[in-house]
Design a protein around this ligand. Structure first.
Ligand code: G3I
Length: 319
């Protein structure tokens, strides 16, 4: 998310105007991640996160919190310390972080991505299993990573009884090996009385890959467990689009996939939120991560709404 520090209602930037006017819920893209908010041991920096909260309050928006337990964007001190952590030491650090961060925004954040991307992919070494190598906390507690995950939810719940607490991942839209693993984990956590409340499908789609039509059935199986569901980071990237305009077929497919994602959320009564991962191509994470790919968001770099934007407004208006 662009910088919201110093936001003044009287002189908002174009980005701020649109962010404030078009959305009723916002999510900090990076500002609540460990590296931003907990840069040194025992040192918290809430400046950017507080600015997001203030922006949301001024614009009467809700905030989705992101994220508390993840393998990426951890500060250097966590990565270094984790090489020698015992599980108890890792637990103490994670508990302090979750208690401090969730506690600071108690009753102000309606949903938290507590555990983000905790399963590996099918193509990773070892296949779909908990990330007990890449995630420093799960690594330290590799003997029983599920116990740590359950406690992460318990600590978050102790700090804020109202917030809905989510598992969240990419490639988690349809029914596949990864979502099967999440489904099994969710059942175990619920059976253990863990305050798990929701499952988030990030929905970073690419036109390069076929669209997984199992979305409705996947969301339904999680909501049938009594969980909330959400689309948490939607975007639809186009491969090879750098330096050219997308074709009419690509534009149409970009729009229809956005609408399809939105409709799947609207069709499920347990779907609490639909979040896009940025709304302007110039600020999208995609081109820095996938060479040549882009055009993933709802607006061009100069804030022209794309057909996907209008199609989503129409879908919401009809709903
Ligand atoms: O803050 C530094 C800055 O000081 C430095 O000069 C600059 C130079 O590269 O890097 C800045 O950090 C970047 C950070 O975004 C903030 O802009 C990192 O390099 C960059 O890697 C980081 O990328 C973020 C990415 O997560 C990291 O994995 C993206 O913005 C963010 O959109 C992306 O979001 C993730 C979700 O959290 C989880 N789901 C997948 C999604 C997309 O990868």
């Amino acid at each position: 998310m662009r910088d919201l520090i110093g936001y003044q209602k009287s002189a908002p930037t174009r980005f701020q105007q649109i962010l404030g006017a078009q959305f009723d819920s916002i999510t900090p893209e990076n500002d609540m991640k460990w590296a931003e908010i907990h840069p040194s041991p025992g040192v918290y920096d809430f400046e950017r996160a507080d600015a997001v909260m203030r922006f949301a309050q001024l614009n009467k928006q809700q905030v989705r919190g992101h994220t508390l337990l993840w393998h990426s964007q951890n500060p250097a001190w966590v990565n270094e310390a984790s090489t020698t952590w015992t599980c108890d030491e890792a637990r103490a650090v994670l508990k302090d972080h979750i208690t401090t961060v969730v506690g600071r925004y108690k009753n102000k954040i309606y949903e938290w991505d507590v555990a983000n991307e905790i399963f590996q992919d099918t193509w990773d070494n070892g296949g779909v299993r908990l990330r007990t190598e890449a995630n420093p906390f799960l690594k330290a507690c590799a003997a029983d990573p599920e116990a740590l995950i359950g406690d992460a939810f318990r600590w978050a719940h102790q700090a804020d009884k109202k917030a809905l607490l989510f598992l969240n991942d990419y490639n988690a839209e349809g029914i596949n090996e990864k979502t099967d693993a999440y489904y099994a984990l969710a059942k175990r956590l619920l059976a253990d009385g863990v305050p798990l409340h929701g499952f988030g499908a990030q929905a970073h789609l690419s036109l390069q890959y076929g669209y997984d039509g199992g979305l409705d059935a996947n969301l339904k199986r999680f909501s049938d467990l009594g969980l909330k569901v959400a689309i948490t980071e939607a975007d639809v990237r186009i491969p090879g689009v750098e330096g050219r305009e997308p074709t009419a077929a690509e534009v149409a497919e970009h729009a229809s996939r956005h609408v399809r994602l939105l409709e799947s959320c609207l069709a499920n009564e347990a779907c609490t939120s639909f979040t896009v991962w940025g709304f302007n191509d110039d600020y999208s994470w995609v081109p820095q991560t996938f060479a040549g790919e882009g055009w993933a968001t709802l607006m061009t770099g100069d804030y022209q709404p794309k057909p996907a934007f209008d199609a989503m407004v129409a879908a919401l208006t009809d709903a």
